[in-house]
Design a protein around this ligand. Structure first.
Ligand code: HEC
Length: 463
């Protein structure tokens, strides 16, 4: 027998598995198909399970060959293999059972369904092996991924700090993250394009189909680096031209690492890396103004109805899933119009209802907005009696109540908020009360009338 035959048959496994899947599903469906003449389908059902069983056996045999020749680990394939054995045995079992019975009994139907489940699980486990567990998940929007608890983190590249970047490890904290970001999608243990795995040092050192890709100390002759420098038109250029390209700094860092000996350990300082090369990987310490969320950016057409109603809507920042909604061009907006915004509840971070017809009744709705950060209710009929509910919004930072009926004790009710930074209350009863109230303090800054009260580190109010 030629040497290639067995590995070749092994590679037929992903093709052959579809036979038992199709035939057995057909057999299972037949068990539930209404029959005009009593038991007219019985011989077909029997045949389907017989051929299905044989097909499962063939698929299993090729699978075993693939396991032997392709270096799969036993731990990875064992459940799939056991599932395959059960599927095959189950099919023959069904064949014998159907042969003995003279009608499609409920016993047959139940066992057929059980076989279907085993088949499904086996197929799923096999799919995980070839396509990866995140195959389906990967293409879902981030919201849905989060729903299944499997949000896939994008590769962020290196993440260094201003204080300590010189002491960061060059390979582990800079080079591998750069490769993860630019190369790993095609060069990982599962998808080894060019037989190259760039997701670990082991893979890097092993090289690809043409041999070593790194020659320590000699970047120019290292395939991994040389391919980055090839003109984009060159078909050997990496990453392929249509993909995201690494930045000049990232390429220079890879070069420095190879020149410095392509070691596993060693700091940036030891390799003489200049700060300008890693500047953009230094995490800024400033706190983001809007809350960090996993919401993906919203599609423009999802905002069409809100915009058609006269509201202004856009992302608070480029790429953010959070929204800024302004109703200044929709002065007729009233409490009942909230229903148009309610579906965007989790996304609204900036809401301007100034000058609209909203009343105290809207406050209860606003209290349930998890990401609301800026709220403008200037010149509305808000009396303030529900105001305390706004302290439930855990991200609210700026609250504008200019020209409303709010009073000082109502503002006080906001003291329960841990997030409020500033409340504006020009031309309000509260502002007038302030002038006569004397010493007042809130855990946030209150701006009204001509005074502005400093934020104090206490959440008590003292008259
Ligand atoms: C979109 C998929 C894709 C991405 C992303 C990608 N590559 Fe590749 N790579 C390939 C394919 C396909 C081959 C095999 C064909 C060839 O040799 O050009 C390959 C081959 C290689 C080889 C040659 C391996 C050998 O021994 O023949 C090197 C080196 C390489 N890639 C480096 C990289 C580096 C470094 C990155 C990231 C900066 C990268 N690749 C990103 C698809 C990709």
């Amino acid at each position: 027998m030629s040497e290639f035959l067995l590995p070749f048959l092994g590679r037929m496994h992903p093709v052959l598995v579809h036979l038992p899947i199709g035939i057995l599903i057909f057999g299972i469906l037949l068990c539930f198909f209404p029959q005009k003449e009593k038991n007219a389908l019985l011989p077909s059902i029997r045949l389907a399970f017989l051929i299905g069983g044989i097909a499962a056996l063939l698929a299993g045999g090729s699978g075993f060959l693939q396991y032997q020749w392709e270096g799969f680990a036993w731990e990875d394939i064992q459940s799939h293999l056991i599932g395959g054995v059960f599927t095959s045995l189950g099919s023959f079992g069904m064949y014998l059972l159907v042969k003995k019975q003279d009608g499609v009994t409920s016993k047959i139907r139940v066992l057929a369904l059980v076989l279907g489940v085993v088949l499904g699980i086996t197929g799923h486990l096999g799919g995980n092996l070839t396509h990866g567990e995140d195959y389906f998940m990967e293409v879902l929007p981030a919201d849905l991924q989060a729903l299944f608890g499997a949000a896939i983190q994008p590769e962020l590249g290196p993440q260094l700090t201003e204080e300590n970047w010189e002491n960061a490890q060059l390979y582990a904290e800079v080079i591998q993250p750069i490769l993860n970001k630019n190369c790993k999608s095609c060069h990982n243990p599962r998808t080894q394009k060019g037989e190259l795995d760039l997701s670990s040092l082991e893979g890097l050192r092993k090289g690809g189909e043409a041999g070593f890709v790194i020659i320590a100390g000699d970047a120019a002759h290292s395939e991994l680096f040389a391919r980055l420098l090839l003109p984009k038109e060159d078909e050997k250029h990496m990453p392929p031209a249509e993909k995201n390209q690494p930045s000049k700094a990232e390429i220079a860092l890879i070069e420095s690492w190879i020149k410095s000996g392509a070691q596993e350990s060693g700091t940036l300082a030891a390799a003489g890396i200049a700060k300008n090369l890693i500047e953009r990987f230094i995490l800024k310490n400033e706190l983001p103004f809007y809350p960090k969320t996993e919401l993906s950016p919203i599609a423009a057409d999802s905002l069409a109805s809100v915009k058609a109603a006269g509201m202004f809507a856009e992302a608070v920042e480029a790429g953010s899933g959070l929204l800024k909604i302004t109703c200044t061009n929709f002065p007729a907006f009233q409490d009942a119009d909230w229903k148009q915004l309610a579906p965007l509840k989790n996304r609204i971070a900036y809401l301007d209802l100034s000058g609209t017809k909203v009343t105290d009744a809207i406050i209860g709705q606003l209290g349930g907005l998890p990401n609301l950060t800026v709220l403008k209710l200037n010149s509305t009929k808000i009396s303030g009696k529900e105001l305390g509910k706004l302290s439930q919004i855990k991200n609210l930072k700026l609250l504008y109540l200019n020209g409303t009926g709010v009073t000082l004790p109502q503002i006080q009710a906001l003291s329960a908020s841990n997030s409020l930074e500033k409340v504006f209350g020009y031309e309000t009863p509260a502002a007038l009360e302030l002038t006569s109230a004397g010493k007042v303090s809130f855990p946030f800054l209150f701006e009204g009338s001509t005074y502005s009260l400093p934020k104090l580190a206490t959440d008590s109010i003292v008259y």
